[in-house]
Ligand binder design. Structure first.
Ligand code: SAH
Length: 254
């Protein structure tokens, strides 16, 4: 039997956001590899082996999965959201590039999922309606100077900016530093969306003007969207959250 490795996106949490193709890839796998909390989201399949691990050792996990596939197993590596967005797919290809040359001949596929940014945007309106970009604020894999330079450039270009990995216990100050940089470039009433655990039972969404955002309102399950200069609020009746959208047309350079 020829081995296969599919890196499967589970979406942000709501099982209805798992694509039928991803469901099929999970069901036909002999082995699931990934962070235990993600594996738990995959429906049980008879005879399937589940290899849960903690979240830190992505490259080791990728090598382990490639090794199983090389032995002829049908392996699904699971990832939250989309596996290509700050997640396991890049780790697998990094392992392939630097690893056993035989791994290059394996049947390796990526099964996309809804990434957190899209799920968060859908909850509040259409903040990604104009040009936007996405960044990870994590400085585990790149120096903070790079994060800062890219954020400044994105703000200068007037993109809407989606910030993944905004804060964690190990990285407590980065979101505050990023918001200070945002405040140099954007008006105080710029809409900021803090979308926590979208699609999970503990979902919490806040839309705040930049001047009122406290980094402590975000955690590692939060996706932050920073509006562009053109991003607008549509106020609604008392007690209702506003809609936030970014028009597609752009009249003049900021
Ligand atoms: N591959 C994932 C992203 C992994 S990076 C995806 O495509 O969504 C991890 C970061 O993603 C978190 O720190 C958070 O910023 C964001 N994230 C993942 N799931 C989320 C969810 N359900 N709600 C809000 N943000 C989420």
């Amino acid at each position: 039997m020829t081995g296969r490795l599919t890196i499967v996106g589970l979406g942000p949490g709501d099982p209805r956001w798992l694509t039928p193709a991803a469901t099929e890839a999970l069901a036909s796998a002999t082995d699931l590899v990934g962070y235990a909390a993600y594996i738990a989201r995959a429906p049980e399949a008879p005879g399937q082996r589940r290899h849960g691990s903690d979240n830190r050792v992505e490259l080791d996990r990728a090598r382990f999965a490639l090794d199983l596939a090389a032995k002829g197993r049908r392996v699904a590596v699971v990832s939250g959201g989309d596996p290509g967005v700050f997640a396991m797919a890049a780790a697998v290809f990094e392992a392939v590039e630097g690893g056993d040359p035989a791994w290059r001949d394996l049947d390796i596929r990526v099964e996309p999922g809804i990434t957190a940014m899209l799920a968060a945007a859908a909850r509040v309106g259409a903040p990604l309606g104009g040009d936007f970009c996405a960044m990870s604020l994590s400085d585990n894999l790149k120096p903070w100077e790079v994060v800062e330079a890219r954020l400044r450039a994105a703000l200068q270009a007037d993109f809407v900016v989606a910030l993944y990995n905004p804060i964690s216990q190990a990285r407590p100050w980065q979101l505050g530093a990023a918001l200070s940089i945002v405040a140099e470039a954007r008006r105080p009433d710029t809409p900021i969306i803090l979308a926590r655990a979208v699609g999970r039972p503990d979902e919490r969404i806040a839309i705040l003007p930049l001047s009122e955002v406290e980094p402590s309102r975000a955690d590692m399950s939060t996706l932050v969207i920073v509006g562009a200069s053109t991003t607008r609020w549509i106020e609604r009746r008392e007690g209702e959250a506003p809609f936030v959208y970014t028009p597609r047309s752009y009249r003049a350079c900021p």
